[in-house]
Design a protein around this ligand. Structure first.
Ligand code: PNS
Length: 160
């Protein structure tokens, strides 16, 4: 079975991400969840915490490991022996940017194919940004993120 990379900022990981990772783990051999070091967005959680949370919530998936990358994603994919980049698509609004990245990644390295998975319908409106905003404004994020993420978010927002 081919190996895959599931990349992202994971700031923090949501149940939508986890759904994609779990489904990818059934389709591919080894799956590397690749946490971006130099996310252009300035993250709420430092890299170590994003990795820690991601590792914890993926610990039940035996063929999934969590790593970090800086620079070109395709180079990291090659380094990890992956021939597929798995991305979740929520709505049409995701498509344009994802298409641009997929085509550019293929131009950079044709040996790595981008595979899109439709997000679970219950997560189609979910993003890390919206979860952070709800949390900051005191709303409930129950069911949107794993429990340990919910706790950490509450703590992090409380610190601010
Ligand atoms: O969770 P995000 O923030 O939507 O993830 C975006 C990410 C990290 C997957 C994307 O920015 C990325 O692939 N960055 C790596 C840099 C790179 O390879 N750029 C060229 C792609 S066109």
């Amino acid at each position: 079975m081919p190996n895959a990379i599931v990349p992202g900022s994971f700031d923090p990981i949501t149940n939508g991400h986890l759904d994609i990772i779990e489904r990818a783990s059934h389709l591919f051999g080894q799956v590397t969840v690749a946490v971006a070091i130099n996310s252009t967005k300035s993250p709420l959680f430092p890299l170590e915490e994003r990795v820690e949370m991601t590792r914890e919530v993926c610990s039940h998936l035996s063929n999934v490991t969590v790593g970090t990358f800086e620079g070109l994603l395709v180079e990291y994919a090659v380094q990890r022996g992956a021939t597929a980049i798995v991305k979740g698509l929520r709505a049409v609004s995701d498509f344009e940017y994802e298409l641009q990245m997929a085509l550019m990644n293929r131009r950079l390295y044709p040996g790595v194919e981008t595979v899109f998975m439709m997000t679970g319908a219950e997560y189609s409106y979910l993003s890390s940004s919206i979860v952070k905003e709800i949390s900051r404004l005191g709303g409930s994020i129950e069911g949107l993120v794993p429990e340990i993420v919910e706790k950490r978010l509450r703590r992090k927002i409380g610190e601010k």
